[in-house]
Design a protein around this ligand. Sequence first.
Ligand code: AMP
Ligand code: MG
Length: 320
Amino acid sequence: MTERLSPTDVPRAAALLREGALVSFPTETVYGLGADARNGRAVAAIFEAKGRPHFNPLISHFPDAESAFAEVVPDDRARALAARFWPGPLTLVLPRRADSRIDLLTGAGLDTLAVRVPAHPLAQALLRAAGTPVAAPSANRSGGVSPTTAAHVLEGLSGRIAAVVDGGPCEVGVESTVLDLSGLTPVLLRPGGVPAEAIEAVTGPLLRPEQAGEGEALRSPGMMLSHYAPGLPVRLDAREAAPDEALLAFGPPLPGAAVTWNLSGRGDPAEAAARLFAGLRWLDAEGARLNLRGIAAMPVPMAGLGEAINDRLRRAAAPR
Ligand code: AMP
Ligand code: MG
């Protein structure tokens, strides 16, 4: 049985984490599936619960920059970014400290670690109460759509995890931006909640993994092309909609679809990001119920959170 905890149950959730149990909790991006990052068995249980085929590196979460930088070696860029964007939806990949007690499985045996300080008040309270770094990928079955409510978490993981702390819907709605600072030039491994432009204002130009001369898979193990996949096929860049399609709209919706979820009627990328995963889930369920052929996604401009939205849509549409 998975306990459904309320915000006042944070001490209980922290105790479960310290015992090595799995606890899902809200962050401003999506719901995370947390385990004590220093406990290898607890971290292994994350992969088990998600049904992840590989030991991809996980992000470790901290209540503040000081505790994060106790596990990794920050440089000036990392300090400047932390001062500007933490707490918030930014993950930094940095060299692991030789004396870090984070379990090797958390970092998948790499000599770098991904660290983040989430802003959500419940995540903050839980991390402080737990008193240990918390490894947390998104709280969904591997390859599926990320959860932005406690109900989404339970749809995928009920019975497989000890508890979920219900903090209502997530505000940002797409995962954190992952920035690799282990090399000379920062590499944007995953577009996310902090737009690339905002980071570039601090660090100067970022490289995309293709430009770093390494395969994306190599640089960021676990960034599978097919991901965030609903059951129905997704068609990108839709300029018209058919009566046997479900429509993921942005701005004024195309006519003719069987059902429509509008990410943002006024064309606001931040509103669209917050409604993306709930929309994919809803259209998928409605599409299955109505026996539709697939989900048609209208184009979303790349500016701001648009880059993260387009990244997730491209993965949702990728061959499985
Ligand atoms: P998720 O598990 O969905 O939160 O995704 C975490 C992302 O961070 C994955 O795409 C990982 O590949 C990436 N990541 C975590 N740790 C590292 C690391 N040490 N080096 C490069 N990428 C990392
Ligand atoms: Mg995920």
